[in-house]
Ligand binder design. Structure first.
Ligand code: NAD
Length: 290
C-alpha cells in the first residue's frame, strides 16, 4: 500500500483563506500580532520573517519587537504589560526559548489570555481541559485540522500520541479525548514504545528524534501524523535537510495516510497561529460589546 499524502500546505492555504475572510469582515479594525524576540537568534528571526509574510497574506498587521539579549526580568515584564494594555495590539507571542537568565514560562503566563496568540497561557490550556476552548496551542490545533480535513473518524479510534509536551503532546491528547478517541500518551518513560505504536489506528509523533518511528512500529493502514522537525545532514548534497520523527519512505508503504516533513504539520501550524489571532480579535470585540 502507498499512503495518501496529507498535504499540509494545501490545508494551511485553506485555513488562511478562511482567516483572510474573517479579517476582512473586521474592517476598519485591523488585528495586530506582536512577536517578542529576546536576544539575537538567527533561527527565530527567520521564523519571524515567515510569520510576518503569513500575517501580510491574510491582512493581519505584524510587528517584531526585538529586545536586548541582556534584558532584565523586570523590563520584560514591563514590555509584556505594556502590550497587554495597548488597544492596538490584538495578540502577543513570546518567541521561545528566551535566554537562560529569564523564565520564559513565567513571562508567557503574564500575557493576557485574550491576547495569547500561541494559546499556551494556563487559562487557555484550562479551556482545552474543560472542552471549552477559545485559544489553544497552534500545533495541537494543526493536528486536529489535518485529521478533520482528511475526514478521519475520531470517535472510538485507537490513537497513540508519542510525546507529552505542554505545547504539543498534552493538548493534542486532550483535544482528541474531546472527540471521544481512545488516547494513549507515550513519552520518554514509556517502556515498550513499539508495543503501543503498533496498536494505533492514528499515530501522532512529536518527539524531535529523526527515524524514531520505523515501519515495523506502525500498524498497517494507520494514519500517521509526524510533528517532529529535525535537521539532519543530507549524504547526497552534503548540506542539511529537514526530516520528521517518522521514517517516511518505508512507513508510507504501509500507512493509509501520512503527513510529510516539511509540508505537513508545520505549514498548518502557521495557519492556526493566524486563526488564533483572528479568534483573539473576535473575543476582544465580544467583550467590548458586553
Ligand atoms: P519537547 O522536547 O518539549 O518534548 C519531546 C517529547 O518527546 C517529550 O514528551 C518526551 O517525553 C518525548 N520523548 C523523548 N524521547 C522519547 C523517546 N525515545 N520515546 C518516546 N518519547 C520520547 O518537544 P516539543 O516541543 O513537543 O516538540 C517535539 C517535536 O515537534 C520537535 O521536533 C519540534 O521541533 C517539533 N515541533 C513541530 C511543530 C510544527 O509545527 N510542526 C511545532 C512544535 C514542535
Amino acid at each position: 500500500m502507498s499512503a495518501r499524502i496529507l498535504d499540509g500546505v494545501a490545508i494551511g492555504e485553506k485555513v488562511k483563506s478562511q482567516v483572510r475572510e474573517a479579517v476582512a469582515a473586521m474592517k476598519p479594525r485591523v488585528p495586530k500580532l506582536v512577536a517578542v524576540l529576546v536576544g539575537d537568534n538567527p533561527g527565530a528571526r527567520a521564523y519571524a520573517k515567515s510569520q510576518a509574510k503569513a500575517c501580510e497574506e491574510v491582512g493581519i498587521a505584524y510587528e517584531l519587537r526585538e529586545l536586548a539579549e541582556g534584558i532584565t526580568e523586570a523590563d520584560l515584564v514591563r514590555e509584556i504589560t505594556t502590550l497587554n494594555t495597548d488597544p492596538e495590539v490584538t495578540a502577543i507571542l513570546l518567541t521561545m526559548p528566551v535566554p537562560p537568565h529569564l523564565d520564559g514560562r513565567a513571562a508567557q503566563r503574564l500575557i493576557d489570555p485574550l491576547k495569547d496568540a500561541d494559546g499556551v497561557h494556563p487559562v487557555n490550556l484550562g479551556g482545552v481541559v474543560q472542552g471549552r476552548r477559545q485559544l489553544a496551542p497552534c500545533t495541537a490545533l494543526a493536528v486536529m485540522e489535518i485529521l478533520e480535513s482528511a475526514e478521519i473518524p475520531l470517535k472510538g479510534a485507537e490513537v497513540v500520541m508519542v510525546g507529552h509536551s505542554e505545547i504539543v503532546g498534552k493538548p493534542t491528547a486532550l483535544l482528541l479525548l474531546e472527540q471521544l478517541a481512545t488516547v494513549t500518551v507515550c513519552h520518554i518513560g514509556t517502556v515498550d514504545l513499539a508495543a503501543h505504536t503498533r496498536r494505533a489506528e492514528i499515530l501522532i509523533v512529536a518527539v524531535g528524534k529523526a527515524g524514531l518511528i520505523t515501519a515495523d512500529m506502525v500498524r498497517p493502514g494507520a494514519v500517521v501524523i509526524d510533528v517532529g522537525i529535525n535537521r539532519v545532514p543530507d549524504p547526497e548534497t552534503g548540506k542539511s535537510r529537514i526530516v520528521g520523527d517518522v521514517d517516511f519512505g518505508p512507513v508510507s508503504e504501509i500507512a493509509s495516510a501520512i503527513t510529510p516533513v516539511p509540508g505537513g504539520v508545520g505549514a498548518v501550524t502557521t495557519a492556526m497561529l493566524l486563526r488564533n489571532v483572528a479568534e483573539a480579535a473576535n473575543l476582544q470585540e465580544t467583550l467590548r460589546r458586553i
